[in-house]
Ligand binder design. Sequence first.
Ligand code: PLP
Length: 408
Amino acid sequence: MLHINENYQKLPGSYLFAETARRTRVYQQEHPEQEVIRLGIGDVTRPLVPAVIEAMQKAVAEMGVAETFRGYGPDFGYDFLVNAIREGDYAPLGVELAYDEVFVSDGAKSDVGNIQELFSPDALIAVTDPVYPVYVDSNAMAGRAGDWNGERWDRLVYLPCNAENGFVPPLPDRPVDVVYLCYPNNPTGTVLTREQLKRFVDWARANGALIVYDAAYRAFITTPGIPRSIYEIEGAREVAIECCSFSKTAGFTGTRCAYTIVPHEVRGIGRGGEPAELNALWKRRMATKFNGVSYPVQRAAAAVFTPEGQEQIHEVIRGYLENARVIREGLQARGFEVFGGVDAPYIWLRTPGGMDSWTFFDKLLADCQVVGTPGAGFGPSGEGYFRLTAFNSLEKTKEAIARLDRLG
Ligand code: PLP
């Protein structure tokens, strides 16, 4: 009989959102008269903008006409989208990308989860802590994380991020092959300055390490001078792969479109000790295992970079950031210690009185009927913290914050 990949059996259950949903359900069953406000979701709530919808509808119509019908698309994305990304997203940052360094995909989750296929089975991995769980789980599935001891994986290097270090990860204190960085950060909502990011790039260059840089929340950056792409840092083309997405930028969480940049300079050691380009490997992987994003969705994504598209998506993002401001300032006014929420849709707060994060979840639900996410679910250093998100209406967000006065 088949021997399965036992690494899957080492994974702890996907406990976090299942458990927050379960506790919310139980509360609602016991208190059907109460209206619960959800500030726990990491999903957008506003509709696709008109420029995107028009482009998608036009493309759908083309698919119904013999002359303009399209079958399989190019493996790495249609020209019109690849060039829109190069010219609309990267050129304004002063970053020049070759055409074949851009890979269009169905999601940043897929890309950050799949990229580890390019690493040797024994590669050593470092992650920030707390962390978006996909980096950890995808490496655990491949056996690189070692064993789960109930709190952490014994072969992963954790880079703790907390109020004490200003949520700036320390450099790894031992040799590692890959570091995953995500800025603006999920869950802490914090960003790195150019100098802080440069430290990682310099370290990676000096140590022959790779940085997987998840920039899914790039569009939320408003503070002048904060890098939107790791390639704004000198030398990053040698050491970094960058993953971006239309999900949070333009409301594509249900529509699905993203892109990953793999510069030709990024190399690893291959057979016979010879250097090998990761770009060539990623091309091979995508050509073998992926058949492209649908034509109407790629047309819709390209519309994000038109002047109307840009204006419309930034209007939506301004709305989410206004919610974030309401949450941040409302918490501060009530004496909470608050982080993030300026350049990101996430607000990270220290739980009051040293309460553990699940106890605070229960208390916020019971006293205020507000749902958030316990920090402990994002990694050991998340304990003592709590995440709220800006993905709700302004009205509900304001009401949720006003309800904090009921906290006993
Ligand atoms: N990366 C981070 C840090 C995220 O928080 C998310 C979604 O919440 C994703 C990637 C997933 O993006 P996509 O919808 O493009 O798969």
